[in-house]
Write a protein that binds this ligand. Sequence first.
Ligand code: SF4
Length: 359
Amino acid sequence: MRVDSDLTATRARLAVLGVDAEVPLSRSKGAGPSDDGHFTIDGRNAAVPRNPASPFVVRDGRVLERGTDRLHDTGLRLEPVRRPRFYDLTTADGIPYRKIALLHGKDVLATTVVQTCIRYAAEERCRFCAIEESLRTGATIAAKTPAQLAEVAAAAVRLDGVRQMVLTTGTTAGPDRGARNLLRCVRAVLEAVPDLPIQVQIEPPAELGVLAELRAAGATSIGIHVESLDEEVRRRWMPGKGSVPMADYEAAWDEAVRVFGRNRVSTYLLIGMGEDPAELIAGAERLIRRGVYPFVVPMRPMVGTLAHADGARGAPAEVVHRVTTAVARLLLQAGMTGAEQGAGCAACGACSVLSAAGA
Ligand code: SF4
């Protein structure tokens, strides 16, 4: 596949600087590193910050860049994702479906099954995460039941053409880190929608046997997200989660690759927490050799996070572009693409620039 480096560079700038555009669908606060509007760019899912001060604007579906005296056509086409029909529905017990799961990109149903985290005290919390803020604002409910998820998934597939589902969870106190609850959710969703590809996302569980159970239950892929391979960054940005030994991640990744298969396992690596870009790329290469897809994502401090409160800034677009193109090249050399994950963030691709770079 031929990749236009200029377009990838523009896509990286869009990911960092955002776009000045109306958007019917966005997510605010919640788990993970992004707080963005949902679009497609050249047909691919794209989560891009909404920013009235951005140099990028949209006219007739084309992304234009404000210059000193005129608008310059970047060559990218951007479409907002429309509000899905399942957002208008409510469960029999009166809970709006959109409090149970959200549409990400044009065709991904995503939910945080348990919206609380044992690591959410300020001195423990990941500085880029706002998992409990959406709960505080009433945008979601604390725990979604398997039956609720099955009901919403069936509607989202039927009414809005959803093609895959992401089940993530705040970390729970048990040694399984929430995996057994995810197991029940996977079973319930697949009973309602038998062919729906599902990705589960968890911290490394104490008993690795649960990974095989998740696979046997029908999960297509798994994300075990370390966020950074740099021990100093882990301690500073993730005081709680960073205390999980890297050896536990490595054991969980290896077992996950054994049971889910090569390139059915992924991990987030965030760009912009003070790590050395060359070391990040070298770490991504080691993950690829393990069969794990390194989903490199620009960290953009969202409202509600400690990073935002501290005035932290994400990585410059030039660094996002450099890291993304290098990791994309390594992935392509290894014959790995996000689409082949089948389900999950790497298959969705919206929060990263990797898919624009061909991976
Ligand atoms: S990459 Fe993951 S978090 Fe980002 S929009 Fe897609 S499914 Fe959601």
